[in-house]
Design a protein around this ligand. Structure first.
Ligand code: SF4
Length: 334
């Protein structure tokens, strides 16, 4: 039995409402194991044909609407909330919230929060439904909790490429509810405020500082190496929600002004193997998902930089002002 709320009843209702004969299903990797059981229920209860997307899906920036256009009347995307993008087919987003008890992890975090009064509470899509309970508990403990809606995100929601929900929040500390380190790192670098993680999967709490120091050391080394580069590859994603061609062109002309070479490379999926033919280039800039350059740094032989990091390489930005790259989903398809 899944601990995720896959809301199959709502999906069936929508299929009947719009009289869909063919339905696409798209899951992130962790939820793909439920694909066939969801498909079977839909086919049994509605008579619609189901097509399951087998491609990787990392976010609502990466929806298979273009590839399923003309094949399905409805595409159900699991695990992410919608972004302000125009999708090519009728969409239903199912956030697939995970059922868990947040309070033990918040209790663990209280020790680390004892010197702070005003807390910015923040999380990702999968845990938004448990934040109110966390906020009530903290307020009962005498804290003041603040949550803000981001630009293109919901209240208290951050994405790996969008930290607008924490910008300029007048808080003493941020409390991130979730398991990974990447989002808390982005919050730390965006705000320069302390960030505590309350992990409801392990019922533990920790500070992000050690992880942030390690990542910053790695980024500094990559930036230093890229200063020697004479030829750059600028990777642009063909995924609708990651496509930043205008930014790539601007970066290319900045590099040219320095008397260096730059080439724009359009790719759907980015991997070390797919960059092998381009090993005559000295460094790569990734204008696609900002996580690629940071999370996958060790997989690549040549430095992979974010657009923000190129500014430091070109001395138009100071290392002290380092931030993660962000996609704010406002003029994304320029
Ligand atoms: S671009 Fe990356 S971080 Fe942003 S929503 Fe897509 S997968 Fe997530």
């Amino acid at each position: 039995m899944s601990k995720y709320q896959l809301k199959v009843n709502n999906i069936i209702e929508e299929i009947k409402n719009i009289n869909a004969h063919s339905v696409g299903l798209q899951f992130p990797e962790g939820l793909k194991v439920y694909a066939t059981s969801v498909a079977r229920r839909i086919e049994d209860e509605t008579g619609a044909d189901v097509i399951i997307s087998g491609d990787p899906s990392f976010g609502a920036c990466d929806v298979s609407d273009a590839s399923m256009k003309g094949m399905v009347d409805l595409l159900v995307h699991f695990g992410h909330s919608p972004l302000p993008l125009e999708y090519d087919v009728h969409m239903l987003f199912v956030e697939a919230q995970f059922q868990l008890d947040v309070i033990p992890a918040i209790k663990e975090a209280l020790n680390l929060l004892e010197n702070y009064k005003i807390i910015g509470l923040v999380t990702t899509t999968q845990h938004l439904h448990i934040l109110e309970e966390a906020a009530d508990f903290l307020e009962h403990e005498g804290k003041t909790v603040i949550m803000k809606q981001g630009q293109g995100t919901r209240k208290a929601q951050v994405l790996g490429c969008n930290f607008s929900a924490v910008e300029e929040l007048p808080v003493d500390v941020f409390l991130y509810v979730g398991s990974g380190n990447f989002h808390p790192l982005g919050i730390k670098l965006s705000t320069h405020k302390p960030v505590i993680i309350a992990d409801p999967y392990r019922n533990e709490a920790r500070n992000i500082d050690k992880f942030a120091d390690r990542i910053l050391r790695i980024r500094f080394a990559r930036i230093t190496k890229a200063r020697e580069a004479k030829r750059f590859g600028i990777i642009v994603s063909s995924k609708k929600g990651q496509l930043r061609m205008e930014l790539a062109k601007n970066l290319k002309s900045m590099i040219h002004k320095e008397g260096k070479e730059a080439y724009i490379i359009l790719m759907d999926h980015i991997s070390p193997e797919l960059l092998i033919p381009f090993m005559d280039l000295d460094a790569f800039l990734v204008t696609a998902c900002p996580r690629i350059a940071i999370d996958d740094a060790n997989m690549y032989k040549k430095p992979l930089l974010t657009p923000e990091e190129l500014l430091i390489v070109l001395d138009t930005k100071r290392w002290e002002d380092y931030k993660l790259d962000e996609i704010k989903y406002v003029k994304i398809n320029q």
